[in-house]
Design a protein around this ligand. Structure first.
Ligand SMILES: [Fe+2]
Ligand SMILES: [Fe+2]
Length: 192
């Protein structure tokens, strides 16, 4: 699989950021948190990760700049507000440029809730992202490399979902009719 372009390209084609499925899960998360997005916001959701194309790492020095390509396009199409929406979807990017993470950032985080493990893990494995993500999780002490992938994903989901709900609640942005907060994961139901 590694012959098929860079890890960023593979991610967009068939990996974690698959260009149809990932935006769809972000759209679902946005709808849950804030109500249905406008059509412009929907286009921003579709475009937000296109900058992974040709990126040699997901979270390395080039991968962290991935919001810029989608933001540039969104800005040309719909103006500055949409450019900022796409730029601020990545927390690490926003932090590096002294911006506040925005609504799209929390919808992006919550989107993992809509990913069953049997769909997420094969994509992450095929694209090569899984190695990078597990390596990082091991280095930061989040979870040891020897733990099963499903345990890693389960913990990741728990962390990202809780963070998304908490941040949106704190910012007073939560307005979606389907919002299911407070969210609690039953740890006895292992490996969601
Ligand atoms: Fe992103
Ligand atoms: Fe994303």
């Amino acid at each position: 699989m590694k012959t098929l372009g860079s890890v960023g390209t593979r991610s967009l084609l068939f990996g974690v950021h698959q260009f149809l499925w990932h935006p769809f899960t972000v759209w679902l998360a946005w709808r849950e948190l804030y109500g249905p997005p406008s059509w412009k916001e929907t286009i921003c959701i579709v475009l937000h990760d296109i900058g992974y194309w040709h990126k040699k790492s997901m979270n390395g020095s080039d991968g962290v700049n991935h919001p810029e390509a989608g933001a540039e396009l969104a800005g040309r199409l719909f103006g500055e507000e949409c450019r900022q929406l796409v730029l601020g979807h990545s927390r690490s990017y926003a932090q590096s440029y002294n911006m506040k993470p925005n609504k799209l950032c929390w919808a992006d985080k919550l989107s993992i809730k809509y990913e069953p493990w049997w769909l997420y893990l094969p994509r992450a494995w095929m694209s090569g992202e899984l190695m990078e993500y597990r390596g990082m999780a091991d280095q930061t002490g989040f979870i040891n490399k020897r733990q099963p992938h499903r345990e890693w994903l389960s913990r990741l989901k728990e962390q990202m979902i809780e963070q998304a709900y908490e941040e949106v609640e704190l910012a007073g942005l939560m307005s979606g009719p389907e919002c299911r907060y407070p969210y609690s994961i039953n740890r006895s139901s292992e490996y969601m």
